[in-house]
Design a protein around this ligand. Structure first.
Ligand SMILES: *Cc1c(COP(=O)(O)O)cnc(C)c1O
Length: 398
């Protein structure tokens, strides 16, 4: 695992995206994190520790599953699933949270900090911190706390301090500000653990590296199963970590087409979506340059998706670069298509996918029928849908 691409450059740029759009004192803190990461990432001690946890704790490698009944139903290309939903804690996020928690420990940090929206990042990080033995503090809007009670309970059980945020919108946006203020009170002793391939350098690089195990496994597993590489690989894109995790190992395989699937929510012609790549403009948010959805004055717009893990107004800088050079194609699936995919996968394969992952399944369902039967599609099933089951049942009147 961990084959590192030559990108980003030393200032954290992927083409014109990424970097550190920060005041000098914060830039210095980020540079320290980068130095520490560069120092330990290729040491045997760090690699062995992370790989050992991947194997014995997360349950890696996650299998690839040939979705035979779904394939037959659609009547075209063969569909395969990379089963990140089978990881401990039920999604791909544990891969980078373990990396971040280990880095914090190696750097001698006293506390790991983050914000969370729906609580998925919070739970994965609290899990990693409990395992590694380091304090964890998660800031969460009061509205989200009320909505996502099971995740709040899990964080508390795991020994994490959950800080309710009552200012402003009482949601993710203000939780970010609150967590960041706490971080700034003592950046020497704290590590701010970003939950995707976003934020200032070095986070897009680090989170990608920690997630790249997904694609490295998948590439070898697929070749073993089918004797060739897949024709198309696809993943949902919120911030873009599970997609970069899958794509990285395939970037140099010219025959492999790649598709990132963004949430079109209630429709691209409404304000209710989070299709950053499709509808966004170039600019800086949250300390880095990327395509983003913003108002005329450069403030991030409120965004929406039925899958709360996808509603981020920016997107990872490497994705922006890969879009511009046309190495990856970015498409969308809306709420209705997502729900259809959620139910279809559940009923054809007995696999309940996360609503986030269902966006990737939805796009595969859109194109598979028009592809030849000897073609193959590999989908990153980023997480399981237990967390979404009640919501979907309610919505569909089951
Ligand atoms: C958080 C989450 C996502 C979105 O995050 P990315 O960084 O875009 O991968 C996707 N799927 C699941 C299951 C998630 O929990």
């Amino acid at each position: 695992m961990n084959d590192f691409l030559p990108m980003p450059d030393e200032n954290g740029y992927f083409g014109e995206y990424g970097g550190q759009v920060l005041p000098p004192e914060l830039k210095a803190v980020m540079d320290q994190i980068n130095d520490a990461y560069e120092e330990i990432r290729n040491t045997d001690a760090f690699k062995d520790e992370l790989n050992d946890l991947f194997t014995h704790y997360v349950g890696r490698p996650s299998p690839i599953f040939y979705a035979r009944r779904l394939t037959e139903k659609l009547g075209g290309a063969k569909i395969y699933l990379k089963r990140e939903d089978l990881n401990h804690t039920g999604a791909h996020k544990i891969n980078h949270c373990l990396g971040e928690a280990l880095l914090a420990k190696h750097m001698g940090k006293k506390k790991v900090l983050a914000e969370t929206g729906a609580g998925q990042h919070g739970v994965a990080l609290a899990t990693a911190c409990a395992l590694v033995g380091i304090d964890c503090e998660i800031h969460m809007g009061e509205i989200d706390i009320a909505k996502e009670h099971p995740n709040v309970t899990k964080m508390k059980i795991l020994g994490c301090k959950v800080v309710p945020v009552s200012r402003g919108t009482k949601t993710l946006k203000d939780a970010v500000d609150s967590a960041f203020e706490e971080y700034l009170s003592n950046p020497a002793d704290f590590l701010y653990a970003i939950g995707s391939v976003v934020g200032p350098h070095p986070f897009p690089k680090m989170v990608r590296d920690f997630q790249s195990v997904v694609g490295h496994e998948a590439r070898a597993q697929f070749q073993e199963m089918e004797g060739k590489l897949p024709d198309i690989i696809m993943a949902c894109v919120g911030g873009g970590s599970n997609a970069m995790g899958l794509f990285t190992a395939f970037l140099n395989d010219e025959s492999v087409e790649m598709v990132g699937v963004e949430p079109a929510g209630l429709g691209l012609d409404t304000e209710e979506h989070a299709a950053t790549m499709t509808k966004g403009v170039k600019g800086a948010i949250h300390g880095f340059e990327c395509y983003n959805l913003q108002d005329g004055e450069g403030n991030p717009l409120p965004v929406y998706s039925i899958a709360s893990g996808l509603d981020y107004p920016g997107v990872g800088p490497q994705h922006c670069y890969l879009k511009d050079i046309e190495r990856v194609r970015y498409e969308t699936a809306d709420d209705q298509e997502c729900l259809d995919a959620f139910m279809t996968l559940s009923r054809t394969e007995g696999i309940i996918p996360a609503l986030e992952s269902s966006h990737a399944v939805a796009y595969a369902m859109k194109i598979a029928a028009d592809m030849d039967k000897d073609k193959t599609i590999l989908i990153n099933l980023s997480g399981r849908g237990d967390k979404d089951a009640d919501f979907v049942a309610d919505k569909l009147g089951l």
